[in-house]
Write a new protein. Structure first.
Length: 113
């Protein structure tokens, strides 16, 4: 069986992003974050230069996160609160935290990895 795919050209440079571009990293505030509703990903920056990605879909009933303030990701539907550092559940009816999403920052732009 052949495991090679049409993306073999992307291996030429390890610095070239392969995923979907989300937006400029300078739009992600330190201690805050940005919700991208297309891929339903929330990108946070707990500390300067430390950029992390999580699912923006609440495990409770599938609502999209409203945003990030003071290191807390907020779900608008039933006020579940999640850590912007690791996605862990802080409060609310959600049964679990937000799963991490692999992202990368290349040349000032955040990409889905």
């Amino acid at each position: 069986s052949s495991s090679s795919s049409s993306s073999s050209s992307s291996s030429s440079s390890s610095a070239s992003p392969t995923g979907e571009p989300l937006g400029p990293v300078d739009q992600v505030p330190v201690s805050g974050g940005v919700v991208y509703d297309g891929p339903k990903v929330v990108v946070t920056q707990p500390a300067d230069g430390d950029v992390r990605g999580f699912s923006a879909v609440c495990p409770h009933q599938g609502c999209l996160m409203a945003g990030v303030e003071d290191h807390v990701i907020v779900c608008p539907c039933h006020n579940s609160l999640f850590s912007a550092e690791d996605g862990a559940l802080i409060a609310g009816p959600s049964p679990t935290g937000l799963p991490p999403v692999a992202i990368s920052v290349v040349d000032g732009t955040v990409y889905l990895a």
